[in-house]
Write a protein that binds this ligand. Structure first.
Ligand code: HEC
Ligand code: HEC
Ligand code: HEC
Ligand code: HEC
Length: 423
């Protein structure tokens, strides 16, 4: 990885996803004992549809290279020089051989893809139907995790098969009745057992404990907080019986989980489940779209574009073919199920050479698209749309699965393009 030394940039800004506004929540109806009678398995609209073909799903997991980010795919982790998370973790943990000063500089720049949920026993915390939807239309589930699941070029039928494969060992929990469970007591337990030290429950009154993050749960508090899902999605992800089972003993369901067992009794677990399932949640506030700043009057050089945007993020997937030991990254040589686009954002000439269309012909990334923006600027705007919860069906947001560029960075790119792309 000597060549990565060229990629050194000024300290990356931390731009976390999920900075959504949280609306105040209506109070929980006192002891309203709203009841969800659990059927074994899941709710009617969900996992009752016939599963897809798990064998085909397994082959697809290999083709989409899920093991470049996730553990628990059923395949060995990708080699260090291709693993988007492991390599970063190795650098952060000092397991990567490079000069100390280089390592220190890299560490300062590594913000994203430091941790990612494992897919071990994923069926214990998410229904098959939820996984299927998520693969087609990923959304931000973890408010303290900068990266999101990338929007892959996956079809509905493929997602159906992959979800069947990922949940192949899942088994329904024994039926549980939430009759008589008390959501108000559940809320009190959520407050006193420190769930808020890791989790958010957006749309409800804020969970206490956020102020105790991240010190409360050493030894690796950052990971625990980063991997904790927003509990507003739990009612969609899990059936009541599976939820109670999880709350009673997370590690029994998912051996590598960082969620500790919080010593809830069965009755307490039912109260908490009743709260998580029935708590009134304010509708998800539409996340404000990042503002689009006016073009700059001053001159913008390629060097500035490179330093502020391309080198900081894009180059890690769109590099010179030899930058990452022969692999130009998924946005250049292909990968993660994408065909090679041949787009090298590592140099002026590379950007000017454009990308490959679906027939392998070169095309410019500066040609205006139907929405008025060039392919380059349009891809950056599309990522802002995705973060605002409005993915563009025709344009994949860039940087893929990573925090959108800031309005100031977009302004630099747009101004440079408008100025005729000076060198
Ligand atoms: C061989 C090790 C290695 C692999 C494999 C690797 N990276 Fe990195 N990555 C690095 C290093 C080193 C840096 C910091 C470089 C710097 O400071 O210039 C980095 C930085 C980044 C950054 C910019 C900093 C940040 O945190 O946002 C992004 C984005 C990134 N990598 C994405 C990826 C993606 C996506 C993959 C998989 C396709 C990947 N990386 C695979 C070593 C690696
Ligand atoms: C570039 C890295 C990357 C790749 C490649 C990737 N994922 Fe993910 N995936 C993520 C991240 C990051 C998250 C966490 C998103 C969140 O919580 O908001 C995630 C979340 C998930 C989840 C939800 C897990 C949970 O506990 O909430 C599933 C399921 C999943 N990915 C499946 C897949 C499958 C299947 C593939 C291959 C087809 C794949 N991923 C490829 C990064 C990746
Ligand atoms: C130390 C951090 C931590 C604490 C404290 C914690 N959790 Fe978790 N929890 C997690 C993580 C991380 C996950 C994701 C599981 C995984 O992928 O390993 C999780 C998963 C869950 C899930 C699975 C459903 C979903 O939507 O993903 C539920 C439900 C849940 N937690 C509820 C709770 C409740 C209720 C409490 C308090 C009684 C609590 N958690 C305390 C870290 C924590
Ligand atoms: C995690 C890897 C990754 C990162 C980071 C990334 N890209 Fe991409 N990019 C891809 C992949 C994969 C494709 C191909 C997508 C497809 O074929 O639909 C692509 C396609 C594109 C395209 C469209 C090319 C075409 O002709 O269709 C543009 C433009 C683009 N990227 C720009 C950027 C910019 C600018 C950045 C940095 C802000 C960036 N990308 C960061 C992986 C990445």
């Amino acid at each position: 990885m000597r060549r990565l030394v060229v990629g050194i940039v000024a300290a990356a800004e931390f731009a976390a996803c999920g900075g959504e506004e949280r609306a105040p929540a209506p109070a929980t109806g006192a002891a309203s004992a709203v009841v969800a009678q659990a059927a074994p398995g899941a709710q009617a609209d969900d996992d009752t549809a016939p599963p897809g073909d798990a064998d085909r799903g397994k082959k697809l997991v290999l083709r989409f290279e899920c093991n470049r980010c996730h553990d628990g795919t059923g395949f060995a982790a990708a080699a260090q020089d291709r693993h988007c998370v492991r390599c970063h973790q190795d650098i952060l943990a000092g397991r990567f051989s490079a000069p100390a000063d280089t390592l220190a500089r890299w560490r300062g720049n590594l913000v994203t893809l430091r941790e990612v949920p494992s897919l071990v026993s994923i069926g214990a915390i998410a229904k098959r139907a939820w996984i299927e939807r998520f693969l087609i239309d990923p959304r931000d589930v973890r408010p303290h995790l900068a990266s999101t699941m990338p929007r892959l070029a996956i079809t509905r039928a493929e997602a159906h098969d992959v979800a069947a494969y990922l949940t192949r060992d899942a088994h329904p929990a024994p039926p549980v009745s939430l009759a008589g469970a008390d959501p108000a007591r559940g809320r009190a337990l959520v407050e006193t057992r420190g769930c808020g030290g890791c989790h958010e429950l957006s749309g409800a009154a804020p969970l206490p404990g956020a102020d105790q993050r991240p010190a409360a749960f050493a030894p690796d508090p950052r990971t625990q907080v980063a991997l904790a899902p927003d509990l507003r999605f739990t009612r969609d992800r899990l059936g009541p019986a599976e939820l109670v089972r999880w709350l009673l003993d997370p590690k029994a369901q998912k051996p590598d989980t960082v969620m500790p067992s919080l010593g809830l009794t069965p009755a307490e677990a039912r109260d908490v489940a009743a709260y998580l399932i029935t708590a009134p949640l304010a509708p998800e506030a539409p996340r404000p779209h990042a503002p689009r700043l006016p073009l700059l009057a001053r001159r913008v050089s390629f060097e500035e574009v490179e330093l502020r945007v391309l080198r900081k993020t894009c180059r890690h997937c769109h590099s010179e073919p030899d930058y990452a030991l022969g692999d130009g990254g998924p946005g250049n040589s292909g990968g993660l199920g994408f065909a090679p686009r041949g787009l090298n954002l590592g140099s002026y000439g590379g950007v000017a050479a454009g990308s490959l269309d679906d027939h392998g012909e070169r095309r410019s990334v500066f040609t205006p698209q139907p929405n008025g923006a060039s392919r380059l600027v349009g891809s950056l705007l599309a990522r802002q749309d995705e973060e605002a919860g409005r993915p563009d069906p025709n344009v994949r947001g860039m940087p893929l699965g990573l925090p959108a560029v800031t309005p100031e960075e977009l302004q630099i790119v747009e101004s440079w393009v408008a100025q005729g792309r000076p060198q």
